[in-house]
Design a protein around this ligand. Sequence first.
Ligand code: OW4
Length: 399
Amino acid sequence: MAEVLERTPDLDIDPYDDAFIADPYPGYASMRSAGPAFYMPKYACWGMARYKEVRPALLDWKTYGSGMGVGYTHFGKEKPWRPPSLLLETDPPLHDRTRRVVDRVVFPPALQRLREPFAKEATAAVERVVAQGRFDGVKELAEAFPLKVFPDAVGLDVDGRENLLPYGDMVFNGFGPLNARFKASTATASTVVPWIMAKCSRAALAPDGLGAEIYKAVEAGEATEEEAAMLVRSFLSAGLDTTVAAIGSALYLLATNPGEWRKFRADPSLAKNVFEETLRMESPIQNLFRTTTREVELDGLHIPVSEKVLLLLASANRDPEHWQEPDRFDITRRVQGHVGFGVGAHVCIGQVIARMEGELLLTALAQRVASIGLAGPPIRRFNNAVRGFASLPLDVRAA
Ligand code: OW4
């Protein structure tokens, strides 16, 4: 007992504060120094920020459950702001069944048919901005490209796509406490949420898209019609903000690291690794929660059962105990093992699509752009879980 009391895992830190979000990396260093886990009195929850603990926690779904939600809200104590995701906010055995349905749809060979339309659109998007010279990298590339290719792939018609990013903003703010930032993002919920739900119905989806593929599980007796709609909702929830943030951060890192840009220009086949290194450096989903399903003992420290634990993926991805020079953007780094997509049972189910988008857009960029630089101050996007930019003024010169 004395051993337990000796430890003071309290950390007076607020990962949802504007200043923290503007530059979270010093805060992550403090979190990692605090020990294998720390307690945040302000939120009455725990956190883990080291690679050494975050990765095993992600792998141990029996101890660190998702069924009580992967946001701050504890579904056993408070009503979730939206009906829980059947993929993200579930544990086995339900998760195994729903995951199987979606796994079949995103089976990599089945996604290869997306490469050609994605590549064509990547080239068109890059050619448009090269013609402009100066442009907003967020609006014109990081948003424009995924907002075209991903809804096309899912099978949405073109009307109302402007609802997709506001919905994502709510969903990812909803990973944090339901603070002023979350509330502001839900100001449009009364129009955005019904639009999203309508687009999840079988009738709204093109017969050749990923959405319609999900509904095949209903015919096969593997899911109900209602479950299929909710699984399509997962595509529309998780599939855009994440790739938008990743592409925006990749553009920022390339524009501000001219040596790495030169290497990339000389060898555009590095595109895949540029994207991976971006996910490590500026992890699009910075953090998510698990809930303990039993008391946990970590190096003499005890976390009680049914406690929320914030897993700081972005911190694990910059942990100097695991990575050499973690704060250096190095496009030839061996970046395997980063936890930007998570790991284990809940590892990102859209990663093949995300990587395809990243690889193809960055390849088009390296092939058609000779130089890239900031044309003005970047403006950060503030969200409880997603790290990206609101605006990124860029200047490019054609190759
Ligand atoms: C990271 C994720 C993110 C947001 C929403 C969902 C999943 C969902 N994965 O399943 O709704």
